[in-house]
Design a protein. Structure first.
Length: 271
């Protein structure tokens, strides 16, 4: 039987529904700063509006396309484009047909500028878009909101594995600096993967199958995962730094002692 803590580390099928849904917050999870939500627009809901309040906010377009209006300026986003929105902003999101956005947010004290991130620009930077891993752990990593964006806490991007491969391998953790959520996507039935979250591998905080739309929380612990044979495991990762600006660093990780000396696979991001 799964413990209450394990249940709090997984939110199932978060892609289902229409409109804007706030799914993970510090009030309903172990997250200290990080919020995760979903904005799904279709023929039933074509427009949503909200205020960022005390939080900086990132939106990542997973499918379709839509217009994000901030402070009376509209920005068209297509698949894998992203936008960083400062605190204290009014946001409107609209789609003529359909669009699916990941929303991530965290409270900040600083004021940072709005920035639109185009996938085409990210792909041109080898420290933001790269393939990594060895046999059995090959994956492509794309950093959308990283060192290319001035921000306080948020980091975000996505990882796509080769079929049947591991990612986040060798097992790493960064709990002193960052908390993280994986949101699995583009994994239609019968595809699934297996996710682990553990400090002690003999007593994992979470271990279980993950499918389309599932979100797994990593407030602490090592967090490798693996795809089933013949299918990839794909996920958007969102992170929030515990110390604003100072701890907002991608690729600074601790490798599990059993694999000490192994490369993290994230070295390219530090260039």
């Amino acid at each position: 039987m799964r413990t209450e803590e394990e249940n709090r580390l997984v939110f199932r099928a978060t892609h289902r529904g229409a409109g804007r849904r706030l799914i993970v917050t510090p009030e309903n999870s172990p997250m200290r700063h990080l919020r995760y939500g979903r904005i799904t627009l279709d023929e039933t809901v074509q427009h949503v509006a909200f205020d960022t309040g005390a939080c900086e906010t990132g939106l990542i377009c997973l499918s379709g396309s839509g217009a994000v209006r901030v402070r009376d300026q509209a920005h068209e986003l297509s698949r894998y484009d992203a936008i960083y929105i400062p605190r204290g902003a009014r946001v409107e999101v609209a789609a003529r047909e359909s669009a699916d956005f990941i929303e991530c947010a965290a409270p900040v004290e600083g004021d940072y500028p709005l920035q639109v991130v185009r996938l085409a620009d990210v792909k041109g930077d080898e420290s933001l878009h790269f393939s990594t891993g060895g046999p059995g752990s090959r994956r492509a990593v794309t950093i959308l909101i990283g060192k290319n964006v001035k921000a306080g806490r948020l980091l975000a991007g996505f990882t796509r594995s080769e079929p049947g491969n591991w990612t986040s391998w060798p097992p790493h953790e960064h709990a002193e600096m960052l908390e993280e959520i994986y949101v699995f996507y583009d994994m239609p039935t019968p595809s699934f993967g297996v996710q682990f979250v553990f400090s002690d591998p003999t007593e994992p905080d979470f271990s279980g199958a993950v499918r389309e739309g599932d979100a797994v929380l990593m407030p602490r612990g090592y967090h490798p995962n693996v795809a089933i044979p013949g299918y990839p495991i794909n996920f958007v990762w969102i992170m929030a730094a515990h110390r604003e600006v100072e701890y907002r660093q991608y690729g600074v990780v601790n490798i599990h002692p059993d694999f000490a000396g192994a490369a993290s696979g994230l070295e390219a991001s530090r260039r």
